[in-house]
Design a protein around this ligand. Structure first.
Ligand code: F6R
Length: 256
């Protein structure tokens, strides 16, 4: 796991955007796994400003709320069009987001997995992290081998996401999310976390034991993970000086 600590969220976001831009330029037909949430907004703004060619890319989003139509302002469909897809030249047919209105959710989830496989798998999977340690919406005690499926959000996540819905009672209780097993199959996982609220979840995920109590800790099993943090999110890491040192020592050819 590579841990990149920057003084501010903007500085970390800029490096993450460069990493993604490089992939898009080197492999124009890449398959990207995308996330939503406050952390991703600046990243998508940055990517849009880079005027990259999205015409050959395929995307798969991590998750969607059950019961929200794509037009609902808080659906992750709406989020993605507002923050990214409306501003780049992606082909609509290449955008994949779980269907929150699917009549048969287990079948829709199986089909989503099949589509990822048929696309050749995910080259880079973007991830945020919840204060609960969730990645996607794999809440604590999710199976570390889980696949795309329906999950129930924790009261903690309902509280965290109330800010998008005006109040907690508006937040749907159920979601469709890629599983941890699905996420671990992507070729590169890129996680971004900013702010002191994420510090505990990050310390457990990076330096704690691998446990379903912190689903992001499963990333320790993945051979290629890059974690972008600001100082506040890195605050509880015991080895933070070492991570900084490693980043400073990076040979030129490895630099992002
Ligand atoms: C959303 C998702 C979630 C968020 C996480 C952090 O697609 O997968 O895991 O990344 O809840 O959300 P923010 O960035 O709003 O703190």
């Amino acid at each position: 796991m590579e841990i990149i600590i920057q003084p501010t969220p903007d500085a970390a976001t800029n490096i993450a955007a460069r990493l993604l831009a490089r992939l898009i330029r080197e492999k124009p037909a890449s398959v990207l796994g995308l996330a939503t949430g406050g952390t991703m907004e600046a990243l998508y703004r940055q990517l849009v400003s880079m005027k990259l060619d999205w015409s050959k890319l395929t995307t798969f989003n991590l998750d969607e709320y059950v019961g929200l139509s794509p037009q609902h302002p808080q659906s992750y469909h709406s989020f993605m069009w507002e923050h990214l897809f409306s501003h780049v030249n992606i082909a609509i047919k290449s955008v994949n987001i779980p269907d929150g209105l699917a009549k048969d959710i287990p079948i829709a989830c199986e089909n989503y997995e099949r589509k990822i496989f048929a696309a050749g798998g995910i080259d880079v999977q973007l991830l945020g992290i919840g204060t609960s340690g969730h990645i996607g919406f794999n809440e604590p005690t999710s199976s570390l081998a889980s696949r795309t499926r329906i999950k129930t959000l924790t009261p903690q996540t309902l509280r965290d996401n109330a800010r998008f819905f005006g109040n907690e009672s508006g937040v749907p209780h159920h979601v469709i999310t890629m599983g941890i097993g699905t996420i671990l199959e992507s070729r590169h996982c890129v996680l971004l976390a900013f702010g002191e609220k994420k510090a505990r979840a990050i310390a457990e995920a990076v330096e704690g034991p691998i446990t379903a109590m912190n689903p992001a800790s499963a990333l320790q099993l993945h051979p290629k993970v890059t974690v972008f943090l600001d100082e506040a999110a890195a605050a509880e890491l015991k080895m933070k000086d070492y991570y900084r040192w490693v980043y400073e020592q990076k040979p030129g050819w490895q630099k992002i």
